[in-house]
Structures are given as structure tokens and as C-alpha cells.
Design a protein around this ligand. Structure first.
Ligand SMILES: *[C@@H]1O[C@H](CO)[C@@H](O)[C@H](O)[C@H]1NC(C)=O
Ligand SMILES: *[C@@H]1O[C@H](CO)[C@@H](O)[C@H](O)[C@H]1NC(C)=O
Length: 405
């Protein structure tokens, strides 16, 4: 009896060791897919960010944002001066980062918030326009030697979209791109909405997951100056107070779980990390709680120059003595200075997010964006303290970066 118990335990543990090592061989290499906002070359002073500020060993994939879409399905370069050989030559300098890291993949991204939804809605509904877009994207990738293409439509069947069939037409569009990319092995990714209530209307999750190499979930911007109250934009979980405002599903965890429950392959999902804060000017500086009334976005910073937003680099430079308040329910920090309420991610909350993504077996992380991390190291935590926290947290858990070769 005793012997058989011992044998049984031995057999079980041998099995579990074997299962673990098989799983690790597949899963230890994680993606870090980082976006470059090309217009940041025009920022002043310490905020000016150019291609050469990108550390080519920080991310496995880097995406240049953005190209624009024309009504006939052709594409245009949003800022020819910044991108083209007769100007600052941004595309070629970007792709040349591969000379410093042969493992790096360079992606060109189409879309973004400012593009709106209407043109996308019209182009994907029309077979001729879709075919024009496929031809133009392929030619663009080949002309500049990118490794792939990212579709950042914000969002199918939302905002100024004109067509509830965007969801199906988006799949047709991506299938046609994928078919054209196949002979060359080009990467196809998309940036997608993370809020549960927005997923069904915009995405055929199972079909997207079949087609795409990467699903970049934008796990941020849940709250901001576009609301009329205080909220944290990267809340991992809802707090008790969220239920009182019917917001208990308005958080990252609910969104990620929904993507997974609808059939997304976890290994294709990159969990979006924001290196910026969403900020508020409190209507009453003594009421600093979630849902407290605001008079508007927080004061603009010197580099991002937009009310309601601050880069981590702007935060650490302007508020070196800030005192973070940790929200145990939402698992994110904020701080308050005078009438300014600033909700962001620090090393602690990023560690929590890395652990979370690992617990869901996600493929890795997406980062928006390089330029608002402390990329010069001016706050004394080294260069890129936030993106490096992803590296450190992964290494602590025995994970490394995906080898793309
Ligand atoms: C929450 O939803 C309930 C039921 O639909 C509604 O009665 C209530 O007014 C809502 N509360 C808020 C704060 O929106
Ligand atoms: C803060 O604002 C919220 C939302 O309006 C309100 O429910 C709460 O009572 C206020 N708290 C204080 C201390 O004024």
C-alpha cells in the first residue's frame, strides 16, 4: 500500500514535470510589439523623439504610425516631409533599425484615431477598393522593406462608420491582405478595441484570430477627459463603486476574457500597455475620488501638449516627489497635485499586468508608445523604465522575448 502510494506520487510528479516543460518550450518567448508615433519628431526639448531614440533591442516588433487611407482604397503618407527620402527619410531610417537587431520585425501601420471610421467603412465594402488597398500595401511594404502591416481601424461599425456590415467586410479585407502576403511571409496584425461592449459590434473574433498574426488589444483609454468625471484609464478590474455607475464590465479584465471566450487564440493576443496617463482637472480639489466631478482634462504637458494626457516622461520630470495612491481593486496607481488627478501605470501596476497576461497565456504585450516612456532616462531610472519593467517582470518569471528568426 505504502509503496504504491509512493509510486503513484512519483508518476504524477514526473507527468507534471513533463507537461510543464512541453508548455514552456512553446510559451516562454513573448512578443513586445511597440508603436512609434512618427509625429513626435516635432516635439520640443526633452520630448523630441526620433527614430534613433528607439532602442532596437527593446521590442520584438516595432510599428511605424500611420499611413492614411483614401476614398478609392489607395493609401497616402500622412507626413511626406517626415517620412520620405527627400525629407527626414523616416521610413528608411526606421527599417534600418534591423541592422542593429536582426531579430527585429518592422511593421507599417494604417489608421489611428484621427483617421476616423467612415473611409474605412466605405473601402472595405467595395471589392475594387479592397483590391486597390491590397495592391498599394504590398507595393509599399516592398518599396520600403517592411516586414508586415498593421490595420488600426478605430473602429469597425463605430464612430462615423456608415455600415453595420463593417464587421464582415473587415474580415474580407484582412483575408485578401493575408492571401497577398502569404507568398512573402509578411506579418499581418490589427489594433483592436478592448471594451467588452464594443467587441460584438466590430469584430468577428474567431475569424480575426484565424487570419491575424497578432491581435493588439488596446487595453487603455477606458476613462478620460471625454467623460465628465474622474476615472482611471487602464483599470485592470472594476472597483465596487463602478457597479454603482453600471460600469462593472468597463475594465481590461472583462474585455480580455471576452476576447478569449469568443474564440481568440491567446497566443496571438498582445496586451496593450500605455506609457501615458489620462488626467483630469477636478471641479472641487477636495473631492478626489473615482467619479468625482471634473471641469475638464488635466493641464497639458510640455511635450504631448494636449489637455487630459501626460506622458510618463512628463510625469516623472514634473512630479519627481509625487505620492502614488494605489487602488487595490482596480490595481492601478494615481496621484493628486492641487486640482490635478493623474492616473497612470508605474512599475508596480505594470508588474501586475505582466503577471496577468502570463496567467492568461497571452502571446505578449503591445506598447503605445515609445515616446512617452522616459526614453532619455532623465528621471534617473535608466532609459525606458516602463518598457524595461516588462522585460524585468518577464525575466523574473522565467520568460524571455520571442525569437523572430
Ligand atoms: C444603472 O442601471 C439601472 C438599470 O438600468 C438604472 O436604473 C440606473 O439609473 C443606472 N445608474 C446609473 C448611475 O447610470
Ligand atoms: C465626490 O463626488 C461624487 C460624485 O459626484 C459624490 O458622489 C461624492 O459624494 C463626492 N464626495 C465628496 C467628499 O464630496
Amino acid at each position: 500500500m505504502k509503496l504504491s502510494v509512493c509510486l503513484c506520487i512519483f508518476a504524477l510528479s514526473a507527468l507534471s514535470v513533463q507537461a510543464k516543460s512541453v508548455k514552456n518550450a512553446q510559451d516562454t518567448g513573448k512578443v513586445i510589439y511597440c508603436y512609434f508615433e512618427s509625429w513626435t519628431v516635432y516635439r520640443p526639448g526633452n520630448g523630441k523623439f526620433d527614430v534613433e531614440n528607439i532602442d532596437p533591442n527593446l521590442c520584438t516588433h516595432i510599428a511605424f504610425t500611420f499611413l492614411g487611407l483614401n476614398a478609392d482604397g489607395s493609401i497616402h503618407i500622412l507626413d511626406p516631409w517626415e517620412s520620405d527620402p527627400d525629407g527626414l527619410n523616416g521610413f528608411q531610417r526606421f527599417v534600418a533599425l534591423k541592422n542593429q537587431n536582426a531579430n527585429l520585425k518592422t511593421i507599417i501601420s494604417l489608421g489611428g484615431w484621427n483617421e476616423g471610421s467612415q473611409t474605412y467603412s466605405e473601402v472595405v465594402a467595395d471589392a475594387t477598393k479592397r483590391s486597390t488597398l491590397v495592391k498599394e500595401v504590398l507595393a509599399f511594404i516592398q518599396k520600403y522593406n517592411f516586414d508586415g502591416f498593421d490595420f488600426d481601424w478605430e473602429y469597425p461599425a463605430k464612430r462615423d462608420s456608415v455600415n453595420p456590415a463593417d464587421k464582415e467586410n473587415f474580415i474580407l479585407m484582412l483575408q485578401e491582405l493575408k492571401a497577398a502576403f502569404q507568398p512573402y511571409g509578411y506579418i499581418l496584425s490589427a489594433a483592436v478595441n478592448s471594451a467588452k461592449v464594443n467587441i460584438d459590434g466590430s469584430y468577428d473574433v474567431a475569424a480575426l484570430s484565424q487570419i491575424l498574426d497578432h491581435i493588439n488589444i488596446m487595453a487603455y483609454d477606458f476613462h478620460g477627459a471625454f467623460d465628465n468625471y474622474v476615472g482611471h484609464h487602464t483599470l485592470l478590474y472594476s472597483a465596487e463603486i463602478d457597479a454603482q455607475y453600471n460600469n462593472s464590465e468597463w475594465n481590461i479584465d472583462t474585455g480580455v476574457n471576452y476576447w478569449l471566450s469568443q474564440g481568440a487564440d491567446p497566443s496571438k493576443i498582445n496586451f496593450g500597455i500605455a506609457t501615458y496617463a489620462r488626467t483630469f482637472t477636478l471641479a472641487d480639489a477636495t473631492n478626489t475620488s473615482l467619479y468625482a466631478p471634473i471641469s475638464g482634462g488635466g493641464t497639458a504637458g510640455p511635450y504631448t501638449r494636449q489637455d487630459g494626457v501626460l506622458g510618463y516622461n512628463e510625469i516623472c520630470e514634473a512630479y519627481p516627489n509625487r505620492v502614488d495612491i494605489w487602488d487595490d481593486e482596480q490595481q492601478v496607481p494615481h496621484f493628486v497635485v492641487g486640482n490635478q488627478w493623474i492616473g497612470y501605470d508605474d512599475k508596480k501596476s505594470l508588474g501586475v499586468k505582466v503577471d496577468y497576461a502570463l496567467s492568461k497565456n497571452l502571446g505578449g504585450f503591445m506598447v503605445w508608445s515609445f515616446d512617452t516612456d522616459d526614453f532619455t532616462g532623465l528621471c534617473g531610472e535608466g532609459k525606458y523604465p516602463l518598457i524595461n519593467t516588462i522585460h524585468t517582470s518577464l525575466a523574473e518569471k522565467g520568460y524571455s522575448l520571442k525569437n523572430n528568426n
